[in-house]
Design a protein. Structure first.
Length: 321
């Protein structure tokens, strides 16, 4: 891995943030604005269907962006992924191929593809290094999404090899933040547990049901931190291998629920629905490579939970359900 790469993004560069209304994309948009970039472009899914190849190419031809951050994706939790693997596979592959091919066709200076820790094998040694990519089968409960993201990484590598594109891919761990999907049961563990604990508190429920055993370990990173990492990597990383973005520590789901209960003010007891799947036991990422380049996360989990719950209360009438 090169540690001496450096690239300055001009302040007037036109930056296309695909998925700019989602949790991650909106955080990236805010981070670029904080840095002083004002020539940012994005489109809602109702304005541009990225699964439509011609529409995607027409958009690139019209806007001619200089940089791309691909944060567009069909996402969901373990239950949503397990119920509709074909949708997660098809929608994500089509979006990725169209965006990256258009970025190559119109000669973008740099592009960043955001994947997911689910690209790594279920049996990968912990913490999971980038070197474990494509060394074993992925978790079956979300294989459609995982295979799509694996395809995205390999597409970036193919474009680099064949056309010399300065495109990179980064793999965040489990993310949470403002604008998350708080739907039940289709959302990810973090927002789903937060919403259910909030509603349990309001209802005065004496017991809170955790799906599965609650003993699985997950690594959580605030979306604002991954946004900071995205800008950092565009400036400091240029390699074919995916690069991990992680918090550096994981937590048992039972303990996460307990931390949330303290913030929310829920004082009931926890029970478990053992009929629900746990998914892979642990997914701690090895983020030593990005740390060697000089990046570190800034928001610890306790602070992040408080921030997101404050946002949740302030946006209770408008968050995604």
């Amino acid at each position: 891995m090169r540690t001496d790469f450096s690239h300055e993004i001009p302040m007037d560069a036109k930056v296309y943030i695909a998925g700019h209304r989602g949790m991650v994309g909106s955080a990236i948009w805010r981070r670029f604005e904080e840095e002083g970039y004002r020539n940012l472009i994005g489109r809602r899914s109702t304005e541009l269907d990225l699964r439509d190849r011609q529409a995607t190419f027409d958009f690139f031809a019209q806007e001619r962006p200089d940089y791309l951050i691909d944060a567009a994706a069909k996402v969901g939790g373990i239950y949503g992924n397990d119920a509709a693997p074909a949708d997660f596979l098809s929608d994500n592959i089509r979006m990725q191929i169209n965006i990256l091919d258009a970025a190559k066709e119109f000669g973008l200076t740099r592009a960043l593809f955001l994947g997911s820790s689910c690209i790594y094998p279920t049996n990968a040694q912990q913490p999971i290094s980038e070197d474990s990519f494509m060394t074993g089968p992925v978790e079956q409960t979300n294989f459609g999404y995982a295979i799509a993201k694996i395809t995205g990484v390999m597409h970036v590598q193919a474009l680099r090899q064949q056309f010399g594109c300065s495109f990179i891919s980064a793999m965040p761990c489990n993310l949470y933040g403002f604008g998350d999907n708080f739907s039940i049961p289709g959302g990810h563990a973090f927002p789903m547990i937060m919403r259910r604990l909030h509603e349990a508190k309001l209802a005065g429920d004496p017991r809170f049901l955790i799906y599965g055993t609650g003993t699985t370990l997950r690594e959580f990173l605030h979306a604002d931190d991954v946004a900071d990492a995205a800008l950092f990597l565009l400036r400091r990383y240029d390699g074919a291998a995916p690069i991990n973005i992680g918090a550096g520590e994981d937590i048992e789901i039972n303990k996460l629920a307990a931390m949330m209960a303290d913030v929310i003010g829920y004082d009931g007891t926890f029970t478990h629905d053992l009929s629900k799947p746990d998914g892979v036991k642990s997914k701690l990422m090895d983020s030593s490579r990005i740390r060697a380049l000089g990046w570190e996360p800034k928001i610890d989990l306790a602070e992040g939970i408080q921030r997101v719950y404050d946002w949740f209360l302030a946006n209770e009438d408008s968050y995604r359900r």
